[in-house]
Write a protein that binds this ligand. Structure first.
Ligand SMILES: [Zn+2]
Length: 255
């Protein structure tokens, strides 16, 4: 372990860090009732109020890796895919509630919508333009992480293509935002030892999965996230941001 690695490991320690996974933030639920990846503005505002009431502070991965002290009760709110509604609706709410979030965007900047969901029944939705992504990055409220180049199943890529997906995705987003990209979200939360090693080798400091993952003390390259669904209640949100949630899911046999 290098001196940097040791310092980071000490800094992270046995810290309990709930990481939530959202996608879209909308003024109203999309028609058709098939979207499983949105919350409304009202619901997200209620989440931010609940966190404040309970004394939890929203941070980013850059905060974890940085030198300033991390708040006692941190939580990371992350948003996958880089939807335009994150710029339109999420950013103003973060401003209003003095909160922060991490956006996992795609490095292929020609991708204009969630084409990978075609045929799944999920509605098509626009992704952020370069200018919108840049505005998010420079707001000081959002860290931009990488979600791959084009939302591919990483397990289908050979070693060379996997490395390209990770390195080119990072470089592309760094070119758009002018900031280092240090965090990576596995598309569909799918990872194995091979992908985990490739993410570390490509120069990221953190990798996030979904339900099946690790705590920050176990492995910071395969961190578990708790998915927030349209149906997640206020109490469900409370559970997903509580230190005992992982043990609770294990007792239920869910992870
Ligand atoms: Zn995704």
């Amino acid at each position: 372990m290098s001196a940097n690695e040791t310092a980071l490991a000490e800094r992270l320690g046995r810290r309990n860090l709930p990481i939530l996974c959202y996608h879209r933030v909308l003024a109203a639920p999309p028609p058709g009732g098939t979207s499983n990846i949105h919350v409304t503005r009202e619901v997200f505002a209620a989440h931010l109020r609940q966190l404040r009431r309970r004394g939890l502070a929203t941070i980013t991965f850059a905060d974890l890796a940085g030198e300033r002290p991390v708040p006692k009760r941190p939580v990371i709110l992350s948003f996958d895919d880089g939807y335009r509604d994150n710029y339109e609706h999420l950013l103003p709410l973060l401003d209003q509630y003095d909160a922060r979030a991490v956006i996992f965007a795609l490095g292929d900047r020609n991708l204009r919508s969630n084409r990978w969901d075609e045929g799944s029944g999920m509605p098509q939705a626009p992704l952020m333009s370069d200018a919108e992504l840049r505005a998010c990055a420079s707001s000081g409220r959002m860290e931009i992480g990488c979600h791959g180049l084009a939302h591919r199943h990483l397990r289908d890529l050979d070693d060379g293509a996997l490395e390209e997906e990770l390195r080119a995705g990072k470089a592309s987003l760094e070119a758009v935002t002018g900031r280092p990209v240090i965090s990576f979200a596995y598309p569909w939360g799918e990872w194995s030892r091979r992908e985990r090693e490739a993410v570390a080798r490509a120069g990221y400091l953190f990798g996030v999965a979904t339900d099946h993952g690790t705590t920050i003390a176990e492995d910071r390259y395969t961190l578990a996230r708790r998915i927030v669904f349209p149906r997640t209640s206020g109490f469900g949100f409370y559970k997903k941001t509580s230190p005992w949630y992982r043990r609770y899911r294990r007792v239920l046999g869910r992870s």
